[in-house]
Design a protein around this ligand. Structure first.
Ligand code: GDP
Length: 431
Protein backbone atom coordinates (compact mmCIF):
# COMPACT_ATOMS: atom_id res chain seq x y z
CA UNK A 1 0.00 0.00 0.00
CA UNK A 2 1.19 3.50 -0.67
CA UNK A 3 3.25 6.12 1.09
CA UNK A 4 1.59 9.44 0.31
CA UNK A 5 2.90 12.95 0.84
CA UNK A 6 0.36 15.75 1.37
CA UNK A 7 1.79 19.26 1.48
CA UNK A 8 0.67 22.88 1.34
CA UNK A 9 1.19 24.41 -2.10
CA UNK A 10 0.84 28.06 -1.04
CA UNK A 11 1.79 30.01 2.12
CA UNK A 12 0.15 27.59 4.57
CA UNK A 13 -3.44 27.40 5.89
CA UNK A 14 -4.60 25.66 2.70
CA UNK A 15 -6.85 23.26 4.61
CA UNK A 16 -4.34 20.45 5.06
CA UNK A 17 -5.85 19.37 8.41
CA UNK A 18 -9.24 18.76 6.90
CA UNK A 19 -7.84 16.83 3.93
CA UNK A 20 -5.43 14.72 5.99
CA UNK A 21 -8.22 13.91 8.45
CA UNK A 22 -10.34 12.71 5.57
CA UNK A 23 -7.57 10.73 3.92
CA UNK A 24 -6.69 9.18 7.29
CA UNK A 25 -9.79 6.98 7.04
CA UNK A 26 -7.91 4.88 4.51
CA UNK A 27 -4.51 5.17 6.19
CA UNK A 28 -2.74 3.20 8.92
CA UNK A 29 -0.26 5.86 9.92
CA UNK A 30 -0.08 9.66 9.77
CA UNK A 31 3.34 11.26 10.14
CA UNK A 32 4.35 14.87 10.90
CA UNK A 33 7.92 15.45 9.68
CA UNK A 34 8.72 19.18 10.17
CA UNK A 35 7.63 22.39 11.83
CA UNK A 36 6.24 22.64 15.32
CA UNK A 37 3.28 24.03 17.17
CA UNK A 38 3.27 26.99 14.77
CA UNK A 39 1.05 24.74 12.65
CA UNK A 40 -2.68 24.92 13.31
CA UNK A 41 -4.45 22.21 11.37
CA UNK A 42 -8.21 22.61 11.64
CA UNK A 43 -10.54 19.63 11.47
CA UNK A 44 -14.30 20.03 11.85
CA UNK A 45 -16.26 16.92 12.80
CA UNK A 46 -20.04 17.32 12.94
CA UNK A 47 -19.74 20.97 13.88
CA UNK A 48 -17.06 20.37 16.51
CA UNK A 49 -13.81 22.14 15.72
CA UNK A 50 -10.39 20.72 16.57
CA UNK A 51 -7.20 22.69 15.95
CA UNK A 52 -4.17 20.38 15.97
CA UNK A 53 -0.72 21.85 16.51
CA UNK A 54 1.76 19.02 17.03
CA UNK A 55 -0.46 15.95 17.08
CA UNK A 56 -0.97 14.63 13.53
CA UNK A 57 -4.37 15.06 11.90
CA UNK A 58 -5.11 11.32 11.83
CA UNK A 59 -5.84 11.36 15.54
CA UNK A 60 -9.60 11.83 15.22
CA UNK A 61 -9.95 8.40 13.61
CA UNK A 62 -9.54 5.59 16.14
CA UNK A 63 -7.02 2.87 15.42
CA UNK A 64 -4.48 4.97 13.52
CA UNK A 65 -0.85 5.41 14.48
CA UNK A 66 0.11 9.09 14.66
CA UNK A 67 3.79 9.87 14.48
CA UNK A 68 5.74 13.00 15.45
CA UNK A 69 8.99 12.31 13.66
CA UNK A 70 12.53 13.52 14.26
CA UNK A 71 12.24 16.56 11.98
CA UNK A 72 9.59 18.20 14.16
CA UNK A 73 10.55 20.83 16.76
CA UNK A 74 8.67 19.74 19.88
CA UNK A 75 7.76 21.86 22.85
CA UNK A 76 7.05 19.10 25.39
CA UNK A 77 4.88 21.35 27.56
CA UNK A 78 2.74 22.32 24.60
CA UNK A 79 2.54 18.72 23.39
CA UNK A 80 1.41 17.49 26.80
CA UNK A 81 -1.21 20.23 26.98
CA UNK A 82 -2.47 19.29 23.52
CA UNK A 83 -2.66 15.60 24.41
CA UNK A 84 -4.56 16.37 27.62
CA UNK A 85 -6.88 18.77 25.79
CA UNK A 86 -7.73 16.15 23.18
CA UNK A 87 -8.25 13.46 25.81
CA UNK A 88 -10.60 15.77 27.70
CA UNK A 89 -12.66 15.99 24.53
CA UNK A 90 -12.90 12.21 24.28
CA UNK A 91 -10.09 11.52 21.80
CA UNK A 92 -8.46 8.16 22.51
CA UNK A 93 -4.83 9.25 22.70
CA UNK A 94 -2.01 7.29 24.29
CA UNK A 95 1.24 5.52 23.44
CA UNK A 96 -0.83 3.03 21.41
CA UNK A 97 -1.89 5.80 19.02
CA UNK A 98 0.81 8.46 19.26
CA UNK A 99 4.57 8.09 18.84
CA UNK A 100 7.22 10.72 19.51
CA UNK A 101 10.70 10.49 18.05
CA UNK A 102 13.65 10.47 20.44
CA UNK A 103 15.50 12.37 17.70
CA UNK A 104 13.08 15.33 17.59
CA UNK A 105 14.55 18.55 18.99
CA UNK A 106 13.12 20.10 22.14
CA UNK A 107 11.90 23.69 22.30
CA UNK A 108 12.66 25.34 25.63
CA UNK A 109 11.46 28.61 27.17
CA UNK A 110 14.73 30.17 26.15
CA UNK A 111 13.95 29.53 22.46
CA UNK A 112 10.61 31.27 22.79
CA UNK A 113 12.13 34.26 24.54
CA UNK A 114 14.87 34.58 21.93
CA UNK A 115 12.31 34.21 19.12
CA UNK A 116 10.35 37.22 20.37
CA UNK A 117 13.40 39.30 21.27
CA UNK A 118 15.00 38.69 17.88
CA UNK A 119 11.78 39.72 16.14
CA UNK A 120 11.67 42.92 18.19
CA UNK A 121 15.34 43.51 17.36
CA UNK A 122 14.58 43.23 13.62
CA UNK A 123 12.18 46.20 13.81
CA UNK A 124 10.96 47.05 10.31
CA UNK A 125 12.68 43.93 8.98
CA UNK A 126 10.56 41.62 11.14
CA UNK A 127 9.69 38.28 9.55
CA UNK A 128 6.36 37.63 11.25
CA UNK A 129 7.33 34.71 13.48
CA UNK A 130 4.62 33.11 15.63
CA UNK A 131 7.05 33.38 18.57
CA UNK A 132 6.85 29.71 19.49
CA UNK A 133 10.61 29.20 19.54
CA UNK A 134 10.73 27.04 16.45
CA UNK A 135 13.30 29.09 14.49
CA UNK A 136 15.75 29.32 17.43
CA UNK A 137 15.28 25.59 18.16
CA UNK A 138 16.18 24.68 14.57
CA UNK A 139 19.08 27.16 14.73
CA UNK A 140 20.45 25.26 17.75
CA UNK A 141 19.94 21.98 15.93
CA UNK A 142 22.02 23.23 12.98
CA UNK A 143 24.61 24.71 15.36
CA UNK A 144 24.79 21.33 17.14
CA UNK A 145 23.82 22.84 20.47
CA UNK A 146 20.25 21.53 20.47
CA UNK A 147 18.70 19.05 22.88
CA UNK A 148 16.91 16.02 21.46
CA UNK A 149 13.93 14.32 23.11
CA UNK A 150 16.17 11.34 23.95
CA UNK A 151 18.64 13.68 25.71
CA UNK A 152 15.81 15.44 27.48
CA UNK A 153 14.53 12.14 28.88
CA UNK A 154 17.91 11.40 30.46
CA UNK A 155 18.02 13.71 33.46
CA UNK A 156 21.79 13.98 33.72
CA UNK A 157 22.30 14.43 30.02
CA UNK A 158 19.55 17.05 29.97
CA UNK A 159 21.24 18.97 32.75
CA UNK A 160 24.66 18.82 31.06
CA UNK A 161 23.31 19.94 27.70
CA UNK A 162 21.18 22.62 29.28
CA UNK A 163 24.12 24.02 31.25
CA UNK A 164 26.15 24.37 28.07
CA UNK A 165 23.25 25.89 26.18
CA UNK A 166 22.20 28.33 28.90
CA UNK A 167 25.75 29.61 29.40
CA UNK A 168 25.55 31.09 25.92
CA UNK A 169 21.85 31.93 25.85
CA UNK A 170 21.86 33.70 29.20
CA UNK A 171 24.80 35.84 28.10
CA UNK A 172 22.71 36.83 25.08
CA UNK A 173 19.63 37.52 27.18
CA UNK A 174 21.48 39.57 29.78
CA UNK A 175 24.16 41.40 27.81
CA UNK A 176 22.49 41.98 24.46
CA UNK A 177 18.85 42.23 25.40
CA UNK A 178 19.16 43.39 29.03
CA UNK A 179 16.77 40.63 30.16
CA UNK A 180 16.76 38.38 33.20
CA UNK A 181 18.61 35.08 32.71
CA UNK A 182 16.89 31.68 32.71
CA UNK A 183 17.62 29.57 35.78
CA UNK A 184 18.43 25.99 35.08
CA UNK A 185 16.68 24.47 38.10
CA UNK A 186 13.47 26.36 37.39
CA UNK A 187 13.48 25.22 33.80
CA UNK A 188 14.18 21.61 34.76
CA UNK A 189 11.40 21.66 37.34
CA UNK A 190 8.97 22.94 34.76
CA UNK A 191 9.79 19.94 32.59
CA UNK A 192 9.67 17.20 35.23
CA UNK A 193 5.99 16.29 34.87
CA UNK A 194 6.10 16.43 31.07
CA UNK A 195 9.11 14.12 30.99
CA UNK A 196 7.31 11.52 33.03
CA UNK A 197 4.10 11.82 31.05
CA UNK A 198 5.70 11.74 27.60
CA UNK A 199 8.37 9.06 28.15
CA UNK A 200 6.03 6.18 27.16
CA UNK A 201 5.39 7.83 23.77
CA UNK A 202 9.06 7.97 22.75
CA UNK A 203 10.32 5.44 20.21
CA UNK A 204 12.54 5.22 17.14
CA UNK A 205 9.87 6.56 14.82
CA UNK A 206 11.96 6.22 11.64
CA UNK A 207 12.32 2.48 12.23
CA UNK A 208 8.56 2.20 12.88
CA UNK A 209 7.58 4.08 9.76
CA UNK A 210 9.94 2.05 7.59
CA UNK A 211 8.63 -1.17 9.15
CA UNK A 212 5.08 -0.05 8.40
CA UNK A 213 6.02 0.52 4.77
CA UNK A 214 7.60 -2.94 4.57
CA UNK A 215 4.40 -4.36 6.06
CA UNK A 216 2.50 -2.66 3.18
CA UNK A 217 0.65 -0.23 5.41
CA UNK A 218 -0.73 3.04 4.08
CA UNK A 219 1.29 5.98 5.37
CA UNK A 220 0.33 9.64 5.07
CA UNK A 221 3.01 12.28 5.49
CA UNK A 222 1.43 15.49 6.76
CA UNK A 223 3.24 18.66 5.72
CA UNK A 224 2.88 21.79 7.83
CA UNK A 225 3.00 25.39 6.53
CA UNK A 226 3.44 25.53 2.74
CA UNK A 227 5.97 25.35 -0.06
CA UNK A 228 6.18 29.14 -0.37
CA UNK A 229 7.36 29.15 3.26
CA UNK A 230 10.00 26.46 2.65
CA UNK A 231 13.39 27.40 4.10
CA UNK A 232 15.21 26.76 0.81
CA UNK A 233 12.56 27.27 -1.83
CA UNK A 234 10.17 29.81 -0.34
CA UNK A 235 10.21 33.59 -0.10
CA UNK A 236 13.36 33.77 2.02
CA UNK A 237 13.80 35.26 4.63
CA UNK A 238 10.02 35.39 5.16
CA UNK A 239 9.83 31.64 5.56
CA UNK A 240 9.61 28.98 8.22
CA UNK A 241 12.76 27.17 9.39
CA UNK A 242 12.15 23.76 7.83
CA UNK A 243 11.63 21.90 4.55
CA UNK A 244 7.88 21.98 4.14
CA UNK A 245 7.43 19.85 1.02
CA UNK A 246 7.93 16.23 0.08
CA UNK A 247 11.70 16.83 0.23
CA UNK A 248 11.48 17.26 4.01
CA UNK A 249 10.24 13.71 4.52
CA UNK A 250 13.53 11.92 3.86
CA UNK A 251 15.49 13.68 6.58
CA UNK A 252 12.54 14.60 8.80
CA UNK A 253 11.44 10.97 9.21
CA UNK A 254 14.27 8.79 8.01
CA UNK A 255 12.22 7.50 5.10
CA UNK A 256 13.83 6.86 1.72
CA UNK A 257 12.54 9.29 -0.94
CA UNK A 258 12.29 6.43 -3.44
CA UNK A 259 9.64 4.80 -1.21
CA UNK A 260 7.22 7.71 -1.58
CA UNK A 261 4.58 6.62 -4.07
CA UNK A 262 2.45 9.74 -4.50
CA UNK A 263 2.42 13.33 -3.52
CA UNK A 264 -0.47 15.80 -3.43
CA UNK A 265 -0.33 19.56 -3.05
CA UNK A 266 -3.20 21.48 -1.48
CA UNK A 267 -4.13 25.03 -2.36
CA UNK A 268 -7.09 27.27 -1.82
CA UNK A 269 -9.12 28.42 -4.82
CA UNK A 270 -7.70 31.87 -3.97
CA UNK A 271 -4.66 32.71 -1.82
CA UNK A 272 -3.82 33.81 1.72
CA UNK A 273 -0.70 34.52 3.70
CA UNK A 274 -0.07 35.17 7.40
CA UNK A 275 2.81 37.30 8.66
CA UNK A 276 5.26 39.45 6.78
CA UNK A 277 6.81 38.98 3.37
CA UNK A 278 5.99 39.23 -0.32
CA UNK A 279 2.58 38.13 -1.52
CA UNK A 280 2.20 39.15 -5.19
CA UNK A 281 -1.56 38.63 -5.51
CA UNK A 282 -2.53 40.26 -2.21
CA UNK A 283 -5.65 42.40 -2.51
CA UNK A 284 -5.81 44.98 0.24
CA UNK A 285 -9.03 46.45 -1.10
CA UNK A 286 -12.65 45.36 -0.96
CA UNK A 287 -12.10 41.99 -2.67
CA UNK A 288 -9.44 40.92 -0.17
CA UNK A 289 -11.69 42.00 2.68
CA UNK A 290 -14.59 40.02 1.25
CA UNK A 291 -12.46 36.88 0.89
CA UNK A 292 -11.41 37.29 4.54
CA UNK A 293 -14.96 37.66 5.80
CA UNK A 294 -16.57 34.95 3.67
CA UNK A 295 -13.65 32.52 4.10
CA UNK A 296 -13.23 33.38 7.80
CA UNK A 297 -9.56 33.91 7.14
CA UNK A 298 -8.17 34.31 10.65
CA UNK A 299 -5.14 32.30 11.83
CA UNK A 300 -5.91 28.97 13.55
CA UNK A 301 -2.90 29.34 15.87
CA UNK A 302 -2.62 33.09 16.36
CA UNK A 303 -6.08 34.46 15.45
CA UNK A 304 -4.30 37.01 13.23
CA UNK A 305 -6.34 38.19 10.21
CA UNK A 306 -4.85 36.51 7.16
CA UNK A 307 -3.75 38.60 4.20
CA UNK A 308 -6.02 37.65 1.31
CA UNK A 309 -5.83 37.78 -2.47
CA UNK A 310 -6.35 35.96 -5.72
CA UNK A 311 -5.09 32.61 -6.91
CA UNK A 312 -1.50 32.73 -8.12
CA UNK A 313 -1.01 30.16 -10.89
CA UNK A 314 2.73 30.90 -11.19
CA UNK A 315 3.43 30.13 -7.53
CA UNK A 316 1.20 27.03 -7.35
CA UNK A 317 2.67 25.55 -10.55
CA UNK A 318 6.14 26.04 -9.05
CA UNK A 319 5.11 24.42 -5.75
CA UNK A 320 3.62 21.36 -7.45
CA UNK A 321 6.53 20.96 -9.84
CA UNK A 322 9.08 21.27 -7.03
CA UNK A 323 7.38 18.44 -5.16
CA UNK A 324 6.69 16.17 -8.11
CA UNK A 325 2.97 16.28 -7.38
CA UNK A 326 0.85 13.40 -8.60
CA UNK A 327 -2.13 15.72 -8.33
CA UNK A 328 -3.57 18.66 -6.60
CA UNK A 329 -6.51 19.44 -4.29
CA UNK A 330 -8.36 22.75 -4.28
CA UNK A 331 -10.06 23.88 -1.07
CA UNK A 332 -12.46 26.74 -0.23
CA UNK A 333 -14.06 26.74 -3.69
CA UNK A 334 -17.33 27.61 -1.90
CA UNK A 335 -15.90 30.99 -0.80
CA UNK A 336 -15.67 32.19 -4.41
CA UNK A 337 -19.48 31.98 -4.75
CA UNK A 338 -19.44 35.47 -3.21
CA UNK A 339 -17.90 37.09 -6.31
CA UNK A 340 -19.21 38.39 -9.65
CA UNK A 341 -15.74 38.25 -11.09
CA UNK A 342 -12.86 36.02 -10.02
CA UNK A 343 -9.30 37.00 -10.82
CA UNK A 344 -6.27 34.75 -11.28
CA UNK A 345 -2.63 35.75 -11.72
CA UNK A 346 -1.53 33.89 -14.83
CA UNK A 347 1.96 35.37 -15.25
CA UNK A 348 4.42 37.84 -13.71
CA UNK A 349 6.27 40.85 -15.04
CA UNK A 350 9.62 41.57 -13.42
CA UNK A 351 10.26 45.22 -14.35
CA UNK A 352 13.69 45.34 -12.65
CA UNK A 353 14.87 42.61 -15.02
CA UNK A 354 12.92 43.72 -18.07
CA UNK A 355 10.91 40.48 -17.98
CA UNK A 356 7.29 40.37 -19.17
CA UNK A 357 4.49 37.81 -18.97
CA UNK A 358 6.69 35.14 -17.41
CA UNK A 359 4.98 32.00 -16.21
CA UNK A 360 8.17 30.55 -14.66
CA UNK A 361 8.71 31.32 -10.98
CA UNK A 362 11.56 33.81 -10.53
CA UNK A 363 11.96 33.53 -6.74
CA UNK A 364 15.60 32.44 -6.70
CA UNK A 365 16.80 35.29 -8.93
CA UNK A 366 14.72 38.19 -7.60
CA UNK A 367 12.76 38.73 -4.40
CA UNK A 368 9.07 38.18 -4.94
CA UNK A 369 8.14 41.75 -4.01
CA UNK A 370 9.77 42.77 -7.31
CA UNK A 371 7.18 40.97 -9.43
CA UNK A 372 3.98 42.44 -10.82
CA UNK A 373 1.29 39.85 -11.46
CA UNK A 374 -0.79 39.87 -14.64
CA UNK A 375 -4.42 38.91 -14.05
CA UNK A 376 -7.12 37.31 -16.11
CA UNK A 377 -10.75 37.13 -15.02
CA UNK A 378 -13.37 34.44 -14.81
CA UNK A 379 -17.11 35.03 -14.33
CA UNK A 380 -18.49 34.00 -10.92
CA UNK A 381 -21.37 31.56 -10.38
CA UNK A 382 -23.04 32.70 -7.12
CA UNK A 383 -24.63 29.28 -6.42
CA UNK A 384 -24.05 27.82 -2.95
CA UNK A 385 -21.61 24.90 -3.42
CA UNK A 386 -21.48 23.68 0.17
CA UNK A 387 -23.94 20.80 -0.33
CA UNK A 388 -22.52 19.65 -3.68
CA UNK A 389 -20.79 16.28 -3.59
CA UNK A 390 -20.40 15.31 -7.26
CA UNK A 391 -18.30 17.15 -9.77
CA UNK A 392 -20.97 17.03 -12.47
CA UNK A 393 -23.42 18.75 -10.08
CA UNK A 394 -21.25 21.87 -9.80
CA UNK A 395 -22.44 24.88 -11.79
CA UNK A 396 -20.89 25.04 -15.25
CA UNK A 397 -18.90 28.18 -14.39
CA UNK A 398 -17.39 26.59 -11.28
CA UNK A 399 -16.29 23.57 -13.34
CA UNK A 400 -14.89 25.89 -15.99
CA UNK A 401 -12.94 27.72 -13.29
CA UNK A 402 -11.44 24.49 -11.93
CA UNK A 403 -10.54 23.25 -15.41
CA UNK A 404 -9.03 26.60 -16.29
CA UNK A 405 -6.84 26.49 -13.15
CA UNK A 406 -5.87 22.95 -14.05
CA UNK A 407 -4.70 24.05 -17.51
CA UNK A 408 -2.82 27.04 -16.09
CA UNK A 409 -1.09 25.00 -13.43
CA UNK A 410 -0.56 21.84 -15.47
CA UNK A 411 -1.45 19.29 -12.76
CA UNK A 412 -4.73 17.34 -12.36
CA UNK A 413 -7.18 18.48 -9.68
CA UNK A 414 -8.05 15.25 -7.87
CA UNK A 415 -10.37 16.62 -5.19
CA UNK A 416 -12.29 19.80 -4.36
CA UNK A 417 -13.33 21.02 -0.94
CA UNK A 418 -16.49 23.08 -0.48
CA UNK A 419 -16.67 23.63 3.27
CA UNK A 420 -14.82 22.94 6.52
CA UNK A 421 -16.67 19.72 7.45
CA UNK A 422 -15.10 16.34 6.82
CA UNK A 423 -17.65 15.30 4.21
CA UNK A 424 -17.72 18.59 2.29
CA UNK A 425 -15.57 17.31 -0.54
CA UNK A 426 -16.01 16.53 -4.20
CA UNK A 427 -13.74 13.67 -5.26
CA UNK A 428 -12.70 13.97 -8.86
CA UNK A 429 -10.11 11.25 -9.39
CA UNK A 430 -8.96 8.20 -7.45
CA UNK A 431 -6.21 9.05 -4.96
P1 GDP B 1 -4.15 24.01 7.52
O1 GDP B 1 -3.18 24.58 8.50
O2 GDP B 1 -3.61 23.87 6.14
O3 GDP B 1 -4.80 22.77 8.03
O4 GDP B 1 -5.31 25.09 7.40
P2 GDP B 1 -6.01 25.89 8.61
O5 GDP B 1 -6.70 24.94 9.50
O6 GDP B 1 -5.05 26.84 9.20
O7 GDP B 1 -7.04 26.79 7.80
C1 GDP B 1 -8.00 26.27 6.98
C2 GDP B 1 -9.34 26.86 7.40
O8 GDP B 1 -10.27 26.67 6.35
C3 GDP B 1 -9.94 26.15 8.59
O9 GDP B 1 -10.70 27.06 9.33
C4 GDP B 1 -10.81 25.09 7.96
O10 GDP B 1 -11.86 24.67 8.81
C5 GDP B 1 -11.31 25.82 6.76
N1 GDP B 1 -11.61 25.02 5.58
C6 GDP B 1 -10.98 23.93 5.11
N2 GDP B 1 -11.49 23.56 3.92
C7 GDP B 1 -12.48 24.45 3.64
C8 GDP B 1 -13.34 24.64 2.52
O11 GDP B 1 -13.32 23.90 1.54
N3 GDP B 1 -14.23 25.69 2.59
C9 GDP B 1 -14.27 26.54 3.64
N4 GDP B 1 -15.13 27.53 3.60
N5 GDP B 1 -13.43 26.42 4.69
C10 GDP B 1 -12.55 25.38 4.68
Amino acid sequence: MPAISVFGAQWGDEGKGKIIDRMSREADMVVRYQGGANAGHTVVVRGEKFVLHLVPSGVLHPGKINVIANGVAVDPLVLLQEIEGLRARGVDLGPHSLRLSGGAHVILDVHKRIDLLAERWRGEGRIGTTGRGIGPCYADKAARTGIRVADWLDLELFRTRLQASLAEKNALLERVHGEAPIRIEELMDRHAAARQALAPFVVDTGAEVRAAWRARKTILFEGAQGVMLDLDHGTYPYVTSSSTGTGGIASGVGFPPSWIDRSYGISKAYCTRVGEGPFPTEDDGADGERIREVGQEYGATTGRPRRCGWFDAVAVRYALELNGATGWMVTNLDVLSAFDEIKVATSYDVPARGLKQRSDYPGSVVTLDQVVPNYESHPGWHDDLTATRRYEDLPRRARDYVEWLERLVGFPVVLLSVGPERDQVIPRMAL
